[in-house]
Design a protein around this ligand. Sequence first.
Ligand SMILES: NC(=O)c1ccc[n+]([C@@H]2O[C@H](COP(=O)([O-])OP(=O)(O)OC[C@H]3O[C@@H](n4cnc5c(N)ncnc54)[C@H](O)[C@@H]3O)[C@@H](O)[C@H]2O)c1
Ligand SMILES: [Zn+2]
Length: 413
Amino acid sequence: MNTFCPAHHTGTSMKDVDCYEQRFSVQFDFPVYFTRDLFHPENPLLASVIDRRDERRRHRVKVFIDAGVRTATKNILEKIEAYFRIHTDRLELTGAPEIVPGGEQAKNSWDPAREAMTRIADSRLCRQSFVLAVGGGSVLDMVGLSASLMHRGVRLIRIPTTVLAQNDAGVGVKNGVNHRGMKNFAGTFAPPFAVLVDYAFLQTLPFEHWIGGVAEAFKVAMIKDADFFEYLCGRAAALKQRDPAVIEPVVKRCALLHLNHIRTSGDPFEFGSARPLDFGHWSAHRLEMLSENRLGHGRAVSIGIALDTVYARQIGLLSEQTRDIVLDALDGCGLSTWSPLLEARFSTGRLKVLTGLDEFQEHLGGRLTITLPDGIGNRVEIHKMDETIIEAAVSFLKQRSAASAGAGKRSAA
Ligand SMILES: NC(=O)c1ccc[n+]([C@@H]2O[C@H](COP(=O)([O-])OP(=O)(O)OC[C@H]3O[C@@H](n4cnc5c(N)ncnc54)[C@H](O)[C@@H]3O)[C@@H](O)[C@H]2O)c1
Ligand SMILES: [Zn+2]
């Protein structure tokens, strides 16, 4: 079959080229469970998930745990070890759980990933052994990358422990680390063996990592699910007050929207140039880096959503009223709609955040493709963002923030 060989540049005519078209597809499947107290001795879920292919052998498992989770969760290491002792007929823990740095420092250099790979090698894991990653999105990304590289892919079970990791980062197919100052510049697409969401981990989260995941819920609701958006807006105060009865359904619905997108979008490994689930992210990734990670991913996404919401209003995709509902709801949850970093400039006068557009295009490849809301619950892709309109959106957010700070002072007086 001489159908598509790009032989033109050699001057060879296509009919002279000996080419065989190679085409196959690989099916991926992984379950995502929602549970509580995963390592409780009487919770059978983990052991049965590891054994879900009924392979009739004792499975070797290496556990990596986020240092922040280890500190916050009483006796977590002992609980994990006790769980493996109880299920010793089916599971073998290969050494004590490894504690890895939590937060963006897990991804900001290659050292933690290199260390994790060394530990996987030292444990003599084979491709059918398991790596269990317990932690926030950063640890899952780093350990996931390490597992995907060893033997070209050791089975990975993710146990996400922040809101953002449970409703977004932990349920997808990507992992990676930051490289040369760019977010997720190095990574792989590698679906996990399973994801186990344990709501009990959320109790110990500092507010920042509780609310960060709510920004991702707004993101996906705005472009895919108007009812969910309304639900979130109506519960902004409860989300700010860390009401578990509200956050758990939010986590689940948001996770299911992400899973649905990956399953049905037709492009789970992002071969195309569009990445709808990254609405609000082109500036967010740059703000994280400009702030040297003082702005966490979720809070940066909230600011990114605010910027793109005002932009969408300026180009007629949203009404003024909808724009204000979005901004008020983000503020009402305790998220942010402004950062002075938005107005940081290079000596040329160009806004620094605009570099995020170039990086976004380079990362996805092909044509610049930015997803914006088209009304609430719908989306549209645009291929150019007007820098003058971005400047105007930045000014709008600055003035709005100054006005609400002034109003706050007046009401306190
Ligand atoms: N792979 C993907 O598809 C994807 C998607 C979205 C985001 N991400 C990535 O996820 C990262 C952000 O993840 P995050 O928001 O989960 O934050 P994080 O992983 O950076 O963790 C934040 C902090 O919370 C601590 N922590 C974690 N769980 C805890 C718990 N239960 N109790 C107390 N402290 C706890 C950590 O130690 C850390 O200090 C970013 O690097 C982002 O790029 C990846
Ligand atoms: Zn995100």
